[in-house]
Design a protein around this ligand. Structure first.
Ligand SMILES: [Cu+2]
Ligand SMILES: [Zn+2]
Length: 193
């Protein structure tokens, strides 16, 4: 019976028609997606995930190009509780927060993770404190951080394929090259939405 069906020319034609319809639908959906994005300002997103030092962290960072720069919208949860400085140890939080050069969130050394992301992103020859990728610190409220800010220093095209990093310690915005923000708690690659 199976062999009779396989040689049945009308059955075969039906399958070809179905395949053609599926292909046409896929092409239509792709075209609709392209059309929908025409004239829209570029956007990017990074889904940050905690590494071995803070596995609870998860969050979404959105980048929307707007007049003269980028609006950055941050929602993060699972940040560690604040701990004040003690002799020889920096406070935990508010958290240093930057765009790093390389979009590589490989954990590497579990005691000093995410070094593969490299240093801070900067395309303007500025010192730390004024790198294009230097962000306001992340202010945690019972583990949650939520903020929106504007930066004239970024364009979406320049940051796609780079990484967002959340650090353990506050950024002092002057120690070179990274503001003494300490270890890297979480990482997310900046990608198209
Ligand atoms: Cu950083
Ligand atoms: Zn910096």
């Amino acid at each position: 019976m199976g062999s009779r069906r396989a040689s049945d020319p009308s059955g075969r034609r039906d399958r070809i028609v179905v395949a053609a319809l599926v292909l046409a639908l896929v092409a239509l959906l792709a075209a609709a997606r392209v059309l929908r994005n025409i004239g829209k300002p570029p956007e990017a997103v990074a889904y940050v995930r905690g590494g071995p030092l803070a596995p609870e962290i998860s969050g979404t960072i959105r980048f929307q190009e707007t007049q003269g720069g980028v609006r950055v919208t941050v929602e993060v949860e699972g940040l560690p509780p604040y701990a004040p400085a003690t002799p020889g140890r920096a406070p935990i939080g508010p958290h240093g927060f930057h765009i790093h050069e390389k979009g590589d969130c490989t954990v590497g050394d579990a005691t000093d993770p995410f070094l593969a992301a490299g240093g801070h992103f900067d395309d303007s020859g500025q010192p730390h404190g004024n790198h294009a990728g230097d962000f306001p610190v992340l202010f945690s409220n019972a583990g949650r951080a939520s903020m929106t800010f504007f930066t004239s220093r970024l364009r979406v095209a320049a940051i796609l394929g780079r990484a967002v990093i959340i650090h353990e310690n506050p950024d002092d915005y002057r120690t070179q090259p990274a503001g003494a923000s300490g270890k890297r708690l979480a990482c997310g690659v900046i990608q198209r939405p």
